[in-house]
Design a protein around this ligand. Structure first.
Ligand code: NAD
Ligand code: DAU
Length: 349
C-alpha cells in the first residue's frame, strides 16, 4: 500500500539506518527525512540512498512549530517515526535547556502537527516515538527493565526523554492519537558519532590517544547493533499494538571496562599490532555526575509478541563496526574536525 512516512532525525546515527531500511524495503512508500543537521546530523550517512526516487530530505528544526506544521500540510504523512533528539548524556549535563527544547518541545510540536492534519480521522495513521531505556533509571546488580517498570530518570537527557514519552502517551489518552513507543538499550554500529563510548575508543585507538573510562569502569550497558534496532522499529511501526510500548534490547550486558578491553583486543588484531598495545591507552578519569550503574532490557514482549530477534551476535556486530570505521576514516576525520575538538577538550580536559 502507498504510504508517506516522515522520519525525524534521519541524518543522525540511528535515524540514518532507519531511513535506509525503509527506503530500500518499501520502494512504494515516500520517505521524508526531516532533520535540522545539528553537529550530530550528517547527510554523508545517507549518500548511498539519497538519489532513490522514494527518498526526500527537508532541513527543518522540530522546535519551529510553524515550519513543522507546514511540512506536515505539504506532505500529508500517514505515519511519523520520531528519532530527532539531543542524544548525548554528557552534553545534557552541560546544556540541559537544549534537551528540553528539542526532546520535549520538539516532540510536542510533532504531536500537534500530526493531530492537526489527521483531524481526528486516525484510520491507517501512526505516530511512532523512539525512546530509550534510560527513562527507567538505574538497576542494581540484578533485575531487568520491563515495559511497566516505573519511570525514574536521573540525567537531564533521560528526564527530557521521559517527559517526551509522557506527552506521547498523553496525546493517545486525551486525543486518541494512534501511537506506539519503543524504548531501546545502547546502540552501536556504523555511523556512530565519536562522542559515545565505542566510536570514541575506536577513534582514540587509531590515533594512540587515551581511552577515558569514567569512574571504576564497572558501569554496565546492554548493547544492540544499530541495524537490529532499525529492524525492531520497522516491526513495531507496522505490527505494534496501538497505544503500546515495546522494550528493545539484545540481552547483551557488558561492564564498560570489559567492553573496552574486548574492543582493544579486536582493534590490535585488525591493525596487526602486538596484543596488549591498545590496552595501554586505558585511562581512568573523573566519573560522570549522576552516572547510572546498570541498564538491562527485558526484551521478551517484542520477542514473543512480534517474533523479534537480533540478526547478529555482539562479536559479529562489533567486528562489522570496527571494519566500517577502518574503511571510513574520511567520515571519521570529517566529524572529528572543527567543533568536535572544542567539545573534546572541554569534556576531557
Ligand atoms: P544522534 O544524536 O546521532 O542523532 C540525532 C539526530 O537528530 C541528528 O541527525 C540531529 O541533526 C537531529 N536533530 C537534533 N535536534 C534536532 C532538531 N531540533 N530538529 C531536527 N532535527 C534535530 O542520535 P541517535 O543516537 O541516532 O538517537 C536517535 C534517537 O534514538 C533519539 O531519540 C535517542 O533518544 C534514541 N535512542 C538512542 C540510543 C542510542 O544508543 N544512541 C538508544 C535508544 C534510543
Ligand atoms: O541506553 C540508551 C542510551 O545509550 C541512549 O538513550 C543515549 O542516547 C546514548 O547516548 C547511550 O547513553 P550512554 O550514556 O549509556 O552512552 P555513552 O556511550 O555516552 O556511555 C556508555 C557508558 O560508557 C556509560 O556508562 C558512560 C561510559 N563512558 C562514556 C564515555 C563517552 C566512559 O566511561 N567514558 C567515556 O568517555
Amino acid at each position: 500500500m502507498q504510504k508517506t512516512i516522515i522520519i525525524t532525525g534521519g541524518a543522525g546515527f540511528i535515524g540514518s539506518h532507519v531511513v535506509r531500511e525503509f527506503v530500500k524495503k518499501y520502494p512504494h512508500y515516500r520517505i521524508i527525512n526531516i532533520d535540522a543537521l545539528t553537529y550530530a546530523g550528517n547527510l554523508e550517512n545517507l549518500r548511498d540512498i539519497e538519489r532513490e526516487a522514494n527518498y526526500f530530505f527537508v532541513k527543518a528544526d522540530i522546535t519551529d512549530a510553524a515550519h513543522i506544521l507546514s511540512i506536515f500540510q505539504e506532505y500529508q504523512p500517514d505515519g511519523v517515526i520520531h528519532l530527532a533528539a539531543e542524544s548525548h548524556v554528557d552534553r545534557s549535563i552541560t546544556n540541559p535547556t537544549a534537551f528540553v527544547m528539542t526532546n520535549v518541545i520538539g516532540t510536542v510540536n510533532l504531536l500537534n502537527a500530526a493531530k492537526e492534519i489527521w483531524k481526528d480521522n486516525y484510520e491507517g495513521k501512526r505516530f511512532h516515538h523512539v525512546s530509550t531505556d534510560e527513562v527507567f533509571g538505574a538497576l542494581g546488580d540484578t533485575g531487568l527493565f520491563a515495559e511497566d517498570t516505573k519511570y525514574d530518570p536521573h540525567s537531564p537527557y533521560s528526564a527530557s526523554k521521559a517527559s517526551s514519552d509522557h506527552f506521547v502517551r498523553a496525546y493517545h489518552d486525551t486525543y486518541g492519537l494512534p501511537i506506539v513507543l519503543t524504548n531501546c538499550s545502547n546502540n552501536y554500529g556504523p555511523n556512530h558519532f565519536p562522542e559515545k563510548l565505542i566510536p570514541l575508543c575506536i577513534h582514540n585507538i587509531l590515533h594512540g590517544k587515551p581511552l577515558p573510562i569514567y569512574g571504576d569502569g564497572k558501569y554496565t550497558r546492554d548493547w544492540l547493533f544499530v541495524i537490529d534496532h532499525a529492524k525492531a522499529i520497522d516491526l513495531v511501526f507496522h505490527q505494534g499494538k496501538n497505544g503500546d510500548s515495546y522494550n528493545v534490547g539484545g540481552f547483551n550486558e557488558w561492564q564498560n571496562i570489559d567492553l573496552v578491553k574486548e574492543l582493544c583486543k579486536q582493534m590490535d588484531e585488525k591493525l596487526g599490532r602486538p596484543a596488549g598495545t591498545a590496552d595501554q591507552l586505558i585511562t581512568y578519569v573523573k566519573d560522570r555526575p549522576g552516572h547510572d550503574l546498570r541498564y538491562a532490557i527485558d526484551a521478551s514482549k517484542i520477542n514473543e509478541e512480534l517474533g523479534y530477534k537480533p540478526s547478529v551476535t555482539f562479536e559479529q556486530g562489533l567486528s562489522i563496526t570496527i571494519d566500517w570505521f577502518l574503511n571510513n576514516e574520511e567520515w571519521l576525520n570529517h566529524v572529528t574536525s572543527g567543533d568536535y575538538r572544542k567539545y573534546y577538550e572541554e569534556q576531557y580536559r
